[in-house]
Ligand binder design. Structure first.
Ligand SMILES: O=C(O)[C@@H](CO)OP(=O)(O)O
Length: 225
């Protein structure tokens, strides 16, 4: 049975402060480090051995990836980082408190921004975009000004098809340490979840999610360790 393991990064400082985070490169909180360690321990206990790890270019996912690999004694495996696995870009909401934003715009609007498949959050103006060396080599216009899950999926899935799926097809066991919404995009694609149903899918921080896949990469079994 083909197998892939997804781990959403441990709690971040901004998860703790209840702020819209997106592409802002915040660190793990103390609880987040503990969650990542526990995820690594569960992976070790389950005897999961990875051939390769994928992560984003954001430190909360990279650190989670490394902690998981360290705890499971697999820090040596090859690792690929890509902006395509980043959290969805939260546009002009980044840095705002989620509760305060709901008080200002209403719960329904904020829920729509957070969980609808195709409603975009308020976008940044291009002048508001902060230069970041991480993205300096990407073609002009690639760095988004704000994304919904649909747009996130449209940049995650080509990466899945080109880089991850061929390895899974080749029976390699892969770890993907990423973010709530880049992982929701992957799960939606693999399981064929509808645009409505995906609104209800929440992936908790630091809980390894194992997907057992058939030879054609359709889902056979899904469980948290
Ligand atoms: O703020 C964010 O970047 C994400 C993940 O923490 O939030 P949400 O739960 O709204 O997808």
């Amino acid at each position: 049975m083909k197998k892939i393991v997804f781990v959403r990064h441990g709690q971040s400082e901004w998860n703790l402060e209840n702020k819209f985070t997106g592409w802002v490169d915040v660190d793990l909180s103390e609880e987040g480090y503990n969650q990542a360690e526990n995820a690594g321990k569960k992976i070790k206990e389950a005897g999961l051995e990875f051939d390769l790890a994928f992560t984003s270019v954001l430190k909360r996912a990279i650190k989670t990836c490394h902690i998981v690999l360290e705890e499971s004694n697999q820090l040596w495996i090859p690792e690929i980082k890509s902006w395509r696995l980043n959290e969805r870009h939260y546009g002009a909401l980044q840095g705002l408190n989620k509760k305060e934003t709901a008080e200002k715009y209403g719960d329904e609007k904020v829920h729509q921004w957070r969980r609808s498949y195709d409603v975009l959050p308020p976008l940044l103006n291009s002048e508001e975009q902060v230069f970041d060396r991480k993205y300096a080599n990407l073609p002009k216009g690639t760095v988004p000004l704000g994304e919904n899950l649909k747009v996130t999926l449209e940049r995650v899935i080509p990466f899945w098809e080109d880089q991850i799926a061929p390895l899974v097809l080749d029976n390699k066991t892969i770890l993907v340490a990423a973010h709530g919404n880049s992982l929701r995009a992957l799960v939606k694609h693999i399981e064929g979840i509808s645009d409505e149903e995906i609104m209800k899918l929440e992936i908790p921080t630091g809980e390894p999610l194992v997907l057992e896949l058939n030879d054609d990469l359709t889902i056979n079994k899904k469980y948290y360790l």
